[in-house]
Design a binder for this molecule. Structure first.
Ligand code: ADP
Ligand code: MG
Length: 638
């Protein structure tokens, strides 16, 4: 039986699309304040916005008699007729934000227009609208939202911790305040002022307030026009970059948007200027007549449709390329040490490393396997033993993200370097020997002498081979080993998956969310289980155990990059293979990771697994061999 839905249910459904979390409320309320022409907008949130959100502005205000309309659905002052939908010049136009918010919270609206002697107010609680009553208030509007999602427990349940929600709130705030430097914005959290951005003419000043001096100083101004379309803003010199694209802010007529094609153009412009895996930083503003773009294609208006997106792509790419050609990037790119992820250009660290090498060479040559030393059978214990490898074991105090040997032994149960010390609660108990000093089941260091090698520059391992010297790329080797392991497990349907007690919601672009759900089975084979949640959000219910120390959302996004590009790949098998590469690459130790002697040993012991394939999945070799004959020749012994 087909029935008409009651209005309140319609509103709840609409709310589900637009109001996902406190940050969505902040966004809608701030947009309204901007549309009302406010020059000052104060945002206050409590408990990440889960307890209270208040947005006060000094804009036009709402006449008392229109207050009920403001909170009614499909009521807006921003569209006069149907044509207006195709030349939207305001941030809002759908007329459903306040109605949606009022449906799922307690909302108080106080407002006063300039020509009214006093203010008036109205309350909405779970869709129930109160009478309008007079109140004292300054010209402008104050909106307060509390009890968010009190009547939609599913949504409420999936709210994250206060800090996480606050993070989203701050991002929403940034996206609105960034392109409007002339407006005074403040953001308070639990009575603490997070941002107080007084109005300024300069965009750079505002960018600096948000992202700091180092970024601001690296920025290069760009500007170009193509007919009525103007592109302007700042891009960072290659000395500044990020590992993700979250610092790529693109505004269309002051509205923050995400546009795959334009972000791609941005990446192309930096091709060759950044190391692979690094993303440029950009703050770009597009101004164009509103009738050349459709903003009514996405519920939260995050995506838009351009009339001529190909032309915009060329404009962006061309503008940046021309700019880069005429700018002395090297001057700006003399990298501050901190921006070098390997830390190799840090002079003090480099000196230290050199000193360690010299010390080691002086005293420890005898420790090399094959040099008659005993190190080959002893277990170096991170610097306490004389026979440990100083380069690998030295604790120089340099910050080093902990490199998890358990990442190694989780994927290779046979190599259990630290029996009983496994902190992973999800891992199966290691049997009766766990916790004791008895040798671990399977291969063990006590029985198999560890293979020794020296780590140089935190990225290569140098070891003796049967007929010469081997230089191994630690990342390439580990990646290759993991790839082989993982492929075998996928084929056997035995990938270890870690269930999450509370599924992790991940916000995605619509295309990504669709791809995630479409390829659910494929992802499950890799141990990544996703569930639909609505909108651009999916839930991660379980993810690959070997990636347990990585952010599940980022792992999923990494996989989705392949899936969204999936149309280009010939068949399912190749797609799976591509995903295996991605997982292996993400899970593998990186160039720049300093390894302990145990870790080096564990890595080398697994080498036989990939013995006959000398290339890492990306086609790079995992090891170079210098034969003794070659060396003899070079040293003129032959
Ligand atoms: P929309 O912004 O799409 O029009 P909303 O539900 O967000 O829809 O708001 C409904 C109407 O309420 C707006 O069109 C506007 O007339 C009025 N309004 C909401 N917030 C404010 C505000 N802060 N100042 C002035 N008017 C407002
Ligand atoms: Mg609005």
């Amino acid at each position: 039986m087909i029935r008409r839905l009651p209005q309140s249910l319609i509103n709840k459904i609409a709310a589900g699309e637009v109001i996902e979390r406190p940050a969505s409320v902040v966004k809608e309320l701030m947009e309204n304040a901007v549309d009302a022409g406010a020059t000052r907008i104060d945002v206050t949130v409590q408990a990440g916005g889960m307890e209270l959100i208040r947005v006060a502005d000094n804009g036009s205000g709402i006449p008392a008699e229109e207050l009920p309309l403001a909170v009614a659905s499909h009521a807006t002052s921003k569209l006069l007729d149907a044509d207006a939908l195709f030349r939207v010049a305001t941030l809002g136009f759908r007329g459903e934000a306040l109605a949606s918010i009022g449906e799922v919270s307690r909302l108080t609206l106080r407002s006063r227009t300039a020509d009214s002697p006093g203010g008036s107010q109205l309350e909405v609680h779970g869709g129930q609208v109160s009478e309008v009553s007079p109140c004292g208030c300054p010209v402008g509007t104050v909106l307060e939202v509390s009890n968010l999602f009190f009547n939609t427990p599913v949504r409420r349940k999936f709210l994250r911790s206060g800090p996480t929600e606050l993070g989203h709130v701050a991002e929403a705030f940034t996206r609105i305040a960034l392109p409007l430097p002339q407006v005074h914005f403040t953001l308070r959290h639990d009575e603490r002022i997070m941002f107080d951005l007084s109005g300024t003419q300069g965009w750079l000043e505002r960018i600096e307030k948000f992202f700091g001096r180092e970024v601001a100083e690296s920025l290069i101004w760009v500007d170009s026009g193509d007919g009525p379309i103007r592109l302007s803003g700042y891009v960072a010199s290659p000395s500044q970059s990020r590992s993700n694209n979250r610092m790529q802010y693109l505004f269309l007529n002051r509205r923050f948007i995400r546009d795959r094609s334009l972000l791609h153009a941005l990446g192309e412009a930096y091709r060759g200027l950044l190391m692979t895996g690094r993303c440029p930083i950009a703050f770009l503003s597009l101004d164009m007549p509103p009738d050349q773009v459709d903003v009514n294609v996405h519920p939260t208006k995050l995506e838009v449709r351009f009339q001529d997106s190909g032309r915009l792509y060329s404009q962006l790419l061309g503008t940046l390329r021309t700019k880069f050609l005429s700018t002395d990037l090297t001057a700006k790119a003399t990298a501050p040490a901190a921006s070098d992820p390997t830390g190799l250009h840090d002079e003090t660290q480099a000196t230290e490393l050199r000193q360690q090498l010299v010390d080691w060479a002086k005293g420890e040559v005898a420790g090399w396997p094959g040099f008659g030393g005993t190190a080959g059978v002893s277990r170096g214990t991170g610097g306490t033993s004389n026979s440990s490898w100083p380069v690998a074991a030295a604790s120089s105090g340099a910050p080093r993200r902990p490199l998890e040997l358990n990442r190694l032994d989780r994927s290779w149960p046979a190599v259990d370097a630290k029996p009983g010390e496994d902190e992973d609660p999800f891992r199966e108990p290691a049997g009766p020997t766990a916790g004791s000093n008895a040798p671990p089941p399977g291969g063990s260091f006590a029985q198999t002498p560890p293979v020794q090698a020296m780590q140089v520059h935190n990225r290569y391992l140098v070891a003796e081979s049967d007929d010469g010297v081997m230089v191994i790329d630690q990342h390439a080797l580990h990646e290759r080993i993991l790839y082989e392991q993982l492929r075998q497990r996928v084929e056997a349907g035995a990938v270890e998956s870690q269930s999450l007690l509370v599924p992790e919601p991940v916000d995605l672009l619509p295309a990504e969310a669709a791809a995630a759900l479409e390829h659910r089975e494929l992802l499950a084979k890799l141990g990544m289980r996703v569930e639909p949640f609505g909108g651009g959000t999916v839930l991660i219910a379980a993810y690959p155990a070997m990636l347990s120390n990585m952010n599940p959302g980022e792992v999923l996004r990494g996989l989705l990059e392949q899936l969204v590009a999936g149309g280009k790949l010939p068949d399912r098998r190749d797609l799976l293979d591509e995903l295996l590469h991605t997982v292996a690459c993400k899970a593998a130790i990186k160039a720049g990771d300093r390894l302990s002697p145990e870790e080096i040993s564990a890595l080398l012991q697994q080498r036989h697994l990939v013995e006959n394939t000398h290339h890492c999945p990306h086609g790079r070799p995992t090891a170079l061999v210098f034969t003794r004959e070659e060396l003899d020749k070079q040293f003129k012994r032959l």
